[in-house]
Design a protein around this ligand. Structure first.
Ligand code: LFR
Length: 501
């Protein structure tokens, strides 16, 4: 049983990449390993159109094709054959396509305010307790159902979530991948199917979304024109993976034992535990924990905590003001500052929109009765202290509400490279932090494809063992004294289920 070569399309809010994933090594399975080679990288960002915040899907798809062409070329140069393509991106957002397959507009971004304006109306039709009891989804003002409620006309179109839209453009096949469907608010967390009563209650067309496909199932093969443009054989499969990036990231948490917590740390921090079944009770709803679907029918019981978006937006503002700050020296100065400085509530929806992040952070600190020194390093330290504190309180709640105790925290994604953040998290939680891999989303994507092709076998624990044999990890132990001096954190604001008027 030889290995295989797979193409992973992995797009985040600030950048995308196409990678070749190789599974090599013979029997037994534990002798195998997985590696990644980046063949194409491209930027992503918000596009302002008619006053709304969108994604430039046409540009992204162009980059995907360039990336697949580069993948084909790289593989051909070493006599390899790419078995399949898997796609993962952020969740929630969608494009509307008509019968001919044309996109109605560039997809809206979840950072646009439109979802928020529809919350009150949606909750009039379906009260939040009923929504949660079925979907198990945390309340976020941008969840798909609120965005859909702002659409003027949904007859004659279908909604395709972003990874599904890419898969459709590659293969001509329309499907909705299950892990991402679970972030729409229109999905039944127990049945694992669309919650048809919600479509009815909200007046949404019954077939607004295509049928569900599970990670590991094949959607189709390449359209002839795509094969011609990329140089990939037309029989290359488009395989569904955990198309929600967080689902792929959690599949690639290199945990050795069952009792682990994870933080998928990138633009957002997704903080929680893996469960076999959802927690749908009222306490869980009020704490705003989500039950998103993971690979192999697992439940990702977590909360969205602010993320490195806070930091990247500050950097963007500083650069625009003419004093660009490189990350490495910034983090070094931030690490040199004493513990116990001011904090903000990293979960505050006030930080979702772009622009002027340093100002917004400064006024949040001021509102809490403290002062933030006017230096980038102080702002960065405040962000990281606040994230670590949010991680600690979120994990404590996740354990309490789910009854699952954890002994180790895995940080995966970009944040796993941020040594200060990893150490502060160990300090704030009092637990060992294991950091890595950085490319968890792409690795989870590749492993699900590899299993579909039978290049690897087993459940998530076998995939995780293979990962541990393949990647470098780093451990951080808590400095217990610091933990005792961590200040009381501002509490999350009460859930704004009515939506802001
Ligand atoms: C992370 C992520 C989160 C989701 C947010 C918006 O990239 O996918 O899981 O809540 O983006 O889609």
């Amino acid at each position: 049983n030889a290995g295989g070569v797979f193409a992973a399309v992995d797009i985040g809010a600030s950048s995308g990449r196409v990678m070749l994933g190789r599974v090599t090594g013979g029997r037994p399975a534990s002798g195998k390993s997985v590696s990644l080679e980046t063949v194409h990288r491209f930027p992503n960002g918000l596009l302002e159109l008619d006053g709304g915040l969108h994604w430039d899907f046409d540009a992204l798809f162009d980059e995907v094709l360039k990336g697949l062409a580069a993948a084909a070329e790289t593989a051909a140069a070493s006599g390899e054959r790419i078995t399949s393509i898997g796609i993962d991106t952020w969740a929630v957002d969608y494009g509307l396509v008509d019968a001919s397959g044309a996109l109605r507009t560039q997809p809206f971004s979840y950072r646009d305010e439109r979802g928020r304006t529809a919350v009150a109306d949606v909750h009039k039709a379906l009260d939040p307790a009923r929504l949660y009891a079925t979907s198990g989804l945390q309340f976020l003002q941008f969840n798909t159902l609120y965005q859909l409620a702002t659409e003027r006309e949904l007859r004659g179109v279908q909604a395709l979530l972003i990874p599904d839209l890419i898969a459709f453009k590659l293969s001509g096949q329309r499907r909705t991948e299950a892990t991402n469907a679970s972030t729409t608010g229109l999905f039944d967390a127990v049945a694992g199917e669309w919650a048809s009563e919600f479509f009815k209650a909200l007046g949404l067309p019954k077939n607004l979304f295509p049928a569900i496909i599970q990670p590991g199932e094949t959607a189709g093969t390449l359209l002839p024109e795509i094969a011609a443009r990329t140089g990939l054989p037309a029989e290359t499969a488009v395989v569904a993976v955990g198309s929600h990036d967080t689902a792929s990231a959690v599949a690639a948490v290199p945990a050795r034992q069952e009792d682990f917590a994870y933080i998928s740390s990138g633009t957002w921090s997704l903080v929680g535990v893996e469960l076999d079944s959802p927690v749908l009770d009222e306490a869980s709803r009020l704490a705003n924990f989500t039950n998103e679907r993971g690979v192999d029918g697992t439940i990702r019981y977590l909360r969205n905590v602010g993320g490195l978006w806070l930091l990247s937006e500050c950097q963007r503002t500083w650069a625009a003001e003419g004093h660009r700050q490189e990350l490495a020296p910034l983090l070094e100065s931030a690490a040199a500052l004493p513990a116990g400085g001011p904090q903000i509530n990293a979960d505050d929806p006030a930080f979702i929109a772009p622009d002027n992040m340093p100002d917004r952070i400064r006024s949040a600190v001021r509102a809490g009765g403290a002062v933030l020194p006017d230096r980038p390093a102080a702002v960065v330290r405040c962000i990281l202290d606040s994230l670590a504190a949010a991680y600690a309180r979120t994990l404590a709640r996740a354990e309490e509400l789910s009854g699952k105790q954890t002994s180790v925290i895995h940080i995966v994604g970009g944040g796993s490279q941020n040594r200060l953040l990893c150490q502060l998290t160990a300090d704030a939680t009092g637990k060992t932090v294991v950091a890595g891999p950085v490319e968890a989303t792409a690795l989870g994507n590749v492993l699900v494809q590899a299993r579909a092709a039978r290049a690897v076998t087993g459940g998530l624990s076998e995939l995780r063992a293979l990962l541990r044999a393949s990647v470098q990890l780093e451990s951080y132990e808590p400095k217990s004294l610091q933990r005792l001096t961590t200040p009381v954190v501002p509490q999350s604001p009460p859930l704004d289920l009515e939506g802001a008027e």
